[in-house]
Design a protein around this ligand. Structure first.
Ligand code: IMP
Ligand code: MG
Length: 176
């Protein structure tokens, strides 16, 4: 697989088998917590699509899936404004909503979507992120399920991108 993108070197951070194990563990936890619930999993596109695809196959209860598409990183490594590109297709009132995101950086994206979902009165609301960057945030965001705590560096792979490239990498890398 590629070891650089747009001339930037990639350093291996988390290998595929380790991701697989973690995703499996998260799926088991979610299965236990949502027994007899009306679970609706909402993935944030595009970054969460691979994580979500693996995660739901480790969840052993009936669940419905939907997506919301937003854009926050306009290009490369600079954050932009959060913009809604495609809204949800199902009503969320009285549903047990689990929001799934690839990565929590400053929290603006999750905060934006959380507000939007809560205003539609779900029965419950929880969040799941694969990667949580260790940093101080302007938004106080509680994450219920976290895959890995990582340093505040730009990462790519397993669905996350660097200027729209690298989503297909099976491992997760730091972009140097
Ligand atoms: P936040 O709104 O600052 O939390 O940014 C989160 C969004 O930006 C996520 O949806 C990620 O897809 C993207 N993002 C943040 N940090 C990175 C990174 O290191 N690599 C790739 N995407 C990132
Ligand atoms: Mg994203």
């Amino acid at each position: 697989m590629a070891n650089e993108i747009k001339g930037r070197k990639l350093n291996l951070l988390i290998k595929s088998p380790e991701i697989k194990q973690k995703v499996h563990d998260l799926g088991k936890q979610i299965t236990n917590d949502y027994q007899n619930k009306n679970l609706l999993i909402i993935g944030i596109l595009k970054g969460s699509f691979i994580f979500l695809a693996d995660l739901i196959r480790s969840i052993d209860i009936n669940t419905e899936i939907d997506f919301i598409r937003i854009s926050s990183y306009k290009n490369e490594m600079t954050p932009g404004n959060v913009e809604l590109i495609t809204d949800l297709g199902v009503p969320i009132k009285d549903r047990d909503v689990l929001l799934v995101e690839d990565l929590l950086d400053n929290g603006g994206t999750l905060n934006f979507i959380r507000e939007k979902i809560l205003s539609n009165q779900p029965a419950s609301f929880k969040t799941c992120v694969l990667l949580n960057k260790k940093k101080t945030r302007q938004f106080d965001i509680r994450i219920d399920y976290i895959g890995f705590q990582i340093d505040d560096k730009f990462v790519v792979g397993y669905g996350t991108d660097f200027a729209e490239e690298g989503r297909n990498l099976p491992d997760i890398y730091v972009v140097e």
